[in-house]
Design a protein around this ligand. Structure first.
Ligand code: SF4
Length: 300
């Protein structure tokens, strides 16, 4: 009997990633070489390809030769990083996603208005490292787990506003916001108080199909926050198993032979060519019946 394979939509590049990737392509054509501190997008296959074509990864802006070209990732950078690049007279290619930029601008405005900042996110993620650069770090607090909220001050007499990392699990954010409001009833939400539409839609379609499949495959890199969230959402929503693979090379053929239904999606930083290679591999190894599974009213 044929194995049913649902190809989920929307999947893959979001608008911010598409923009950064197009910029990187143009810059490479124009300059041949450019430097990056952070991966332009969190995808190993894409970055390996870009490194072979002239992108040089460095560990700090200090390592970029004076006058060279530097690109900032879709996650944005701190204002201090911009200053340093300007001091070295680097040509700056700013790949910061416009949604991330809007969050940074609003955060800066709230800090200037004297408000304390709470950020729901992961302190190690590039987006949050960059956002903290727009705050006075002694007046900004990052929470990720429910337990982190217990450690927050109660902000009596202070104005306080919260922001959210764009790539978290939507339902996790809802839980954290509820607990935040219980502890700090006067906390304000920023106008950018939610995860990004692209993250939400990619999670929503996974949530809808998860309990109907034996295996959900997320094509993406382990260091991509939104890729890991898709895998988590699949498991929490009833998928019997969910795996995260960079490419078809990481698939376990023995596992594939044991399943009757599969769903395939990809993170917001995964090129569609990698998904199509994986589908090709599945077709070669299994009697596969592919069906598109789309979220109605999606933005992309
Ligand atoms: S997930 Fe959203 S915020 Fe992040 S780069 Fe994509 S469009 Fe921008």
């Amino acid at each position: 009997m044929a194995i049913k394979c649902f190809l989920l939509s929307p999947r893959g590049f979001c608008s911010g990633v598409t923009r950064a990737v197009n910029m990187a392509e143009q810059v490479l054509k124009l300059y041949g070489t450019m430097y990056v501190v952070e991966d332009i997008i969190h995808n190993r296959v894409f970055m390996n390809n870009m490194k072979a074509r002239g992108i040089v990864k460095i560990s700090s802006i200090d390592e970029a030769p004076n006058g060279s070209v530097i690109m900032f990732s879709a996650h944005g950078v701190t204002p201090q990083a911009v200053e340093k690049a300007e001091e070295k007279e680097l040509t700056i290619i700013d790949g910061t996603c416009p949604i991330v930029r809007a969050i940074q601008n609003e955060c800066k405005k709230e800090v200037e208005a004297g408000k304390k900042i709470v950020i729901i996110g992961n302190t190690a993620h590039a987006e949050i490292v960059a956002l903290l650069g727009y705050t006075d770090e002694t007046e900004a607090f990052v929470v990720y787990e429910e337990g982190d909220i217990d450690l927050l001050p109660s902000f009596v007499g202070d104005k306080v506003v919260y922001f959210t990392q764009t790539t978290l699990d939507y339902s996790h954010v809802q839980t954290i916001v509820k607990k935040l409001k219980e502890k700090i009833p006067h906390i304000e939400s920023s106008s950018q108080d939610d995860i990004c539409y692209a993250t939400r839609e990619r999670q929503e379609v996974v949530r809808k199909i998860a309990s109907s499949v034996d295996l959900l495959i997320v094509v993406g890199s382990a260091h991509s926050s939104n890729a890991r969230r898709l895998q988590e959402v699949a498991l929490l929503s009833g998928a019997k198993s969910a795996i995260l693979v960079d490419s078809h090379n990481e698939l376990d053929n023995k596992l594939l032979k044991r399943v009757k239904t599969i769903a395939v999606t990809s993170s917001a930083s995964t090129p569609e060519s990698v998904v199509q290679e994986l589908i090709g591999h599945l077709k070669e190894n299994l009697d596969l019946e592919i069906e598109n599974f789309e979220l109605p009213n999606k933005n992309g």
